[in-house]
Design a protein around this ligand. Sequence first.
Ligand code: NAD
Ligand code: DAU
Length: 376
Amino acid sequence: MKTIIITGGAGFIGSHVVRLFVNKYPDYRIINVDKLTYAGNLANLKDVEDKPNYRFVRADICDFDTIYQLMQQEHVTGIIHLAAESHVDRSIKDPFTFARTNVMGTLSLLQAAKLYWESLPEKYDDKRFYHISTDEVYGALEMTHPEGIVPPFTTKASSSHHEAYGEDFFLETTKYNPHSPYSASKASSDHFVRAFHDTYGMPTIVTNCSNNYGPYQFPEKLIPLFINNIRHRKPLPVYGKGENVRDWLFVEDHARAIDLIYHRGTVAETYNIGGFNEWKNIDIIKVVINTVDRLLGREEGEDMDLITYVTDRAGHDMRYAIDSRKLQAELGWEPSLQFEEGIEKTVRWYLEHQDWMDNITSGDYEKYYDDMYKNR
Ligand code: NAD
Ligand code: DAU
């Protein structure tokens, strides 16, 4: 019997990971530990909340005593750690919160796991501490393609992609060079995780993934924010010239990679996860506008005039691009969705779940937790 704590399970990626594990592994016990910050939303997990192998615990990962006691009570054998402050713009305004949760919170989890697992006769045997990180820790790449980046419309990690775009990708060996308070805090947490392997022999794994998109993403991030704004014909704030490049991966493909790596990844290794799917922001924004317009029965492109160029994000990284060939070669993972399918599915989901969106934008989802947890 495996008992796994998934931290940050009420957030965007965490909710997909919880759903996958609860449904795929009925004989595992899955404990979702989440503080329910503004980014946590239990509505993301409505379909699994009554499953017998699922438990939700509202807790702050910085609260060492609570986490340590939970590990003892539940005989926890693994941790998949996603809880974090995740939005770059917020980190620019409030870096302390990012250092607290991402650095101290990760350290508190590591220390609780260390003390608990080292107290057992079998110690670290069959244990895992899997830390989910980001490609942003590597810094920023230049635009290497002579004609700039054009949508490749492929999710295959192939040598042809490298021929077209050159060799300028983030590898697992790329030196860390974070620029934002968010990426600096994630880089710091990655170092702590590796240090716990090197110093104490904890069986850790770290993965660094590119930009995720899909259902249940908090509408402060580019894609859900813009889908909602287009629907309501509100301006679309494009930072700078809209030329920054991100490498987009459908969130369920990330969750599948996490499942595979948790079970078959090699301890102390790092794996990069990405879809070989680079887009300039302005190009992806145009695809989103066309898709929303079409699905709402408007004329395609009718809402292009909502595009509003605004002051650039401070320290805005130019380009992220992950080389995920190690994961593909060693564990056989590859993205399942072509980008056109993924974006269509995503836009359709948000348009069909306006109640989910309204619940967030009205703030009602937070009031609900306050009532629910007031006396606990
Ligand atoms: P998110 O902001 O949607 O969710 C974060 C979750 O963590 C929320 O449910 C929140 O309540 C919880 N949380 C925050 N602080 C906490 C604390 N102190 N204690 C307990 N729970 C807390 O984030 P996301 O986009 O789902 O990202 C999840 C993880 O994946 C993060 O570690 C992030 O760095 C990483 N990541 C994200 C992306 C992406 O594109 N979104 C890409 C690569 C890596
Ligand atoms: O690369 C992985 C990272 O992707 C994760 O580690 C982060 O947690 C996640 O938030 C995401 O970071 P980004 O900063 O790339 O995502 P965001 O959706 O905030 O922005 C995507 C791009 O769009 C970025 O270049 C900034 C730009 N942007 C964003 C917003 C919200 C705009 O032009 N306008 C906007 O309003």
